[in-house]
Design a protein around this ligand. Structure first.
Ligand SMILES: Nc1ncnc2c1ncn2[C@@H]1O[C@H](COP(=O)(O)OP(=O)(O)OP(=O)(O)O)[C@@H](O)[C@H]1O
Ligand SMILES: [Mg+2]
Length: 402
């Protein structure tokens, strides 16, 4: 019988927990079941408050980690019962935890989760701490997304780019031949979510409808784009400590209409993603867009408009039951931009960084539940538990063509 793994993820949008049950295959894996559990308002508040420093942080962080762990264990139980699989049949859980600090340049990244408690509550071995080893080796602490996108979407026939629009947006360049690279282009949904929440008390801007009603504020866009992060060469990574409401408010000099700020934030996201694709994946004939932001129609139209020669050519939906399964994968087919190609070949890709994904990731912490031998086959565990699982994989496994 195929080995089974569980992947658990909660991303920078702080929307909730995505959990999947999967059986690895030679390439990628077979998805057995997936579900999404929104955070309770209380847990979300706790995690949100920990995104910035404050009093009594260590205690609050430890308690929040325990609370999150209990929510993860409950999600695992629901998943297993839905799939009619016993905990004992699962080889390991790969659990990312909730990022509350990400400072690779200062040499650390913090994901809240209590792996020991999760192992105890579920009776399943837990693999966690996915990012520290990469930072220790001089990387950006985000080794999984490129490896994962590569395992699922790379094809020898054409160059592709994968854009995952979570709280922060990341881009993976998947050349038909040559090195796979990935980095964060900047904000994905995080500023759009924060602004609509501050002004309309909504968790997110459904379909980008509110942004679509506003008018672009060009001066504001210019100020936002002037942040040095956007000029920095890849590889680079960002978190909520860089892009947040304070960051935005510091750049609001005039008194624009709230709806116009939303329109401008949407443009910022589209603009920084499209520039990242053009700079680092100039030959990509296909741009696969995934993550919750792929449901933002207004954002996708801007993205398609900003990527020269692009046309929306596919929109995958796979399954009806869970929210994760409903996530669209949108494919933008595009003709390579000759000017960007020229710029790229003149510049070359960003400085090489230690590749620490896949099998070469010895720094993972394995936590065994008492009395049970953990198997040392991490590879599948961290492929399935990587950050992008929630939005991308679940859809693509059933409708991918190669
Ligand atoms: N219908 C929709 N219209 C617009 N935006 C949406 C819609 N559905 C989801 N989103 C956005 O997607 C976000 C959730 O996406 P996702 O779960 O991919 O992000 P994440 O948890 O930050 O993931 P990660 O950081 O791991 O990439 C929501 O916070 C919201 O901003
Ligand atoms: Mg999420």
């Amino acid at each position: 019988m195929a080995e089974l793994y569980i992947g658990l993820m909660s991303g920078t949008s702080l929307d909730g927990i995505d959990v999947i049950l999967a059986a690895p295959r030679r390439r990628g894996f077979h998805l057995r079941s997936a579900l999404h559990r929104p955070f309770s308002p209380q847990l979300r508040k706790q995690l949100f408050a920990l995104q910035a420093s404050g009093p009594d942080e260590l205690r609050r962080a430890s308690l929040a980690a325990n609370e999150l762990t209990r929510a993860c264990a409950a999600a695992v139980r629901s998943l297993l019962s839905r799939a009619r699989v016993a905990a004992g049949a699962v080889t390991a859980i790969g659990c990312h935890g909730q990022t509350v600090r990400h400072q690779p340049r200062a040499g650390y990244t913090v994901q809240l989760i209590n792996g020991a408690l999760l192992a105890e509550l579920t009776g399943i071995s837990v693999v966690c701490d996915f990012r520290s080893r990469d930072i220790a080796a001089g990387g950006e602490g985000a080794p999984l997304a490129p490896a994962f996108h590569s395992a699922l979407f790379r094809t020898p026939n054409r160059d592709r780019a994968v854009v995952n629009i979570g709280g922060i947006a990341n881009v993976t360049s998947l050349p038909a031949r040559g090195r796979v690279t990935g980095f964060d282009s900047g904000p994905g949904n995080c500023l759009l979510d924060a602004w609509i929440n501050a002004h309309q008390r909504l968790p997110y801007d459904r379909g980008g409808a509110w942004a679509a009603r506003g008018r672009l504020a060009p001066r504001l866009l210019e100020r936002l784009l002037a942040d040095p992060y956007f000029r920095r060469r890849a590889p680079k990574s960002a978190g909520r400590e860089t892009f947040n409401l304070d960051w935005l408010r510091q750049r609001l000099t005039a008194n624009p209409r709230a709806v116009d700020v939303q329109a401008t934030l949407l443009e910022l996201t589209a603009c920084t993603i499209s520039r990242a694709v053009q700079t680092y994946c100039p030959d990509a004939g296909e741009v696969l867009v995934c993550g919750g932001g792929a449901r933002n129609r207004a954002l996708l139209s801007r993205l398609a408009a900003l990527l020269p020669g692009s046309a929306r050519c596919g929109h995958g939906r796979a399954g009806r039951r869970s929210r994760a399964r409903r996530s669209p994968r949108v494919c933008l087919a595009r003709a390579p931009d000759p000017a960007a190609q020229a710029r790229q070949s003149a510049r070359g890709h960003g400085r090489a960084r230690p590749a620490c994904a896949g099998r070469d990731l010895p720094g993972l912490r394995i936590i065994e539940p008492l009395g049970r031998q953990a198997r040392q086959e991490f590879h599948s565990a961290f492929l399935i538990s990587n950050q992008r699982v929630s939005a991308a994989v679940t859809t693509v496994t059933s409708d991918r063509q190669d």
